[in-house]
Design a protein around this ligand. Structure first.
Ligand code: AMP
Length: 432
């Protein structure tokens, strides 16, 4: 359904209207239109919305508006986010939407020295965006107090629960005043999320926007059945197509993300991996390089990619299928931001066949099969025990990394229109 509410209808103060205009937004997104009036009237909220829906402005705008009357430089608004990147982006959004208001905010997260963060806190701030672990550390060191929090936001709550942050979140909540306005955002509903929401929110309004399958419908999806040992070569072949302008490649593990990025770099394709083991600076740099087009290929794990605000991703490539079907929707949704179209390619080896079946059940459609030079009937037809991964050995079983020989692919090409270009295999790729 089209959203007919305008920003004027939301009765925002001129300072916020000005900031919105400066961002170039013309109409509120559905989550904004549906949440902002209730939030301005002081309601708690459950927002079911994923990144890309405009959910950040949906909570920041009303919080900033309600905070305008006083700014005593004590923390009045606390936003918890699962990852450093998301916390940093929330900080950036407070800067953008609050540009014409006189509030101070800061962002705190782990993985970097705490000195600067402590310094920022001691200067007096009104708004804090934080990841739970570092916040808890600083609370325990009595570097800050949350006694004056009036607005409490849990962003991407489902992901925080998946990452095991529930005990930290519960401890943090005990430090908050009982009288406050609480807003929980999650991409999906789940029993742990519902339980948390039920125990903490008072008579919340619930806003559920754009069921994720809608995003899926806008994305061109293809599956490539393939043996694990050929995945690297298929990736190279795809990435050498000109129309793959900016590509997010997903793996299931940090180790594989590194391995893929190194393999691409050795084959003269600029690529960087981002995952939780990288330093904050390395991750920030990788995202910056990707956004500015210095590198074309970002290789990421699910958690690292979550919440990163990068538009204009032309293709998502699932080098490995996720073992949770939901993650497939999150992954491919990265390529169809703000109404744009996108393409998602999924590589499916025999031992991932069941993951694909789960994904197809969740999205309610069969993903079209792409014909290509490395096609594997074994992968396509895998059933039973061969359709799922072997149990992991303690040091990994390294399956899929032994490349024997570069397959002959003179005649059968997956893009018949490119088949005649002829020189795709001039340089034989470096091996896995
Ligand atoms: P989010 O879901 O909060 O991560 O927002 C996704 C993207 O949508 C961000 O790049 C925002 O700048 C952008 N955005 C937020 N609200 C609007 C709006 N009303 N119109 C256009 N873009 C928006």
């Amino acid at each position: 359904m089209e959203n007919t509410i305008s920003f004027k209808d939301l009765n925002l103060i001129p300072q916020l209207e000005r900031a919105i205009a400066k961002q170039g937004y013309t109409i509120p997104t559905p989550i904004q239109a549906q949440s902002i009036p209730g939030l301005l009237s002081g309601k708690d909220l459950i927002g079911i919305a994923q990144t890309g829906t405009g959910k950040t402005a949906a909570f920041i705008l009303p919080i900033l508006q309600k905070m305008t009357e006083k700014h005593p430089r004590v923390i009045q608004a606390l936003v918890l986010a699962p990852t450093r990147e998301l916390a940093a982006q929330i900080g950036d959004s407070f800067s953008a939407y609050g540009e014409f208001l006189n509030f101070r905010h800061t962002v705190i997260f782990g993985g970097v020295r705490q000195g600067r963060q402590v310094q920022a806190l001691s200067g007096g701030i009104d708004i804090l965006a934080a990841t739970p672990g570092r916040l808890l550390d600083l609370l325990q060191q009595k570097r800050l107090n949350l006694d004056n929090v009036e607005f409490f936001v849990l962003d991407e709550a489902d992901r925080m629960l998946d990452m095991g942050f529930l005990p930290d979140i519960k401890k943090i909540i005990t430090k908050l005043p009982s009288q406050k306005q609480s807003l929980f955002f999650s991409a999906t509903m789940s029993t742990p999320f519902n339980n948390l929401a039920k125990s903490l929110l008072k008579n919340p309004i619930q806003v559920d926007v754009a069921p994720e399958t809608k995003t899926v419908e806008r994305i061109k999806q293809y599956v490539f059945f393939i043996d694990s040992s050929s995945k690297g070569n298929l990736l190279l072949e795809l990435l050498r197509q000109k129309n793959l302008a900016s590509v997010l490649v997903f793996t299931r593990t940090k180790h594989k993300a590194n391995k893929v990025a190194i393999f691409l770099s050795k084959n003269k394709i600029s690529a960087t991996a981002i995952h939780g083991n990288k330093s904050q600076n390395a991750r920030t740099k990788a995202i910056h390089d990707f956004k500015t087009g210095r590198i074309k290929i970002l290789v990421a794990t699910d958690i690292a990619a979550r919440g990163i605000d990068i538009d204009n991703i032309s293709h998502v490539i699932n080098f490995e299928l996720p073992n949770e079907a939901e993650s497939y929707i999150h992954r491919i949704g990265r390529t169809a931001r703000a109404g744009a179209e996108g393409t998602a390619f999924s590589f499916c080896a025999a031992d991932e066949r069941n993951f694909l079946r789960d994904i197809e059940t969740l999205i309610g459609q069969k993903i079209p099969i792409m014909d290509h030079s490395f096609h594997s009937e074994t992968a396509k037809n895998a059933v039973g025990p061969s359709a799922r991964p072997l149990p992991q050995k303690p040091f990994g079983n390294n399956a899929g990394f032994k490349h024997k020989s570069f397959p002959a692919s003179k005649n059968k090409n997956y893009f018949s229109k490119n088949a005649k270009s002829g020189n795709r295999f001039k340089r034989s790729p470096k091996k896995w």
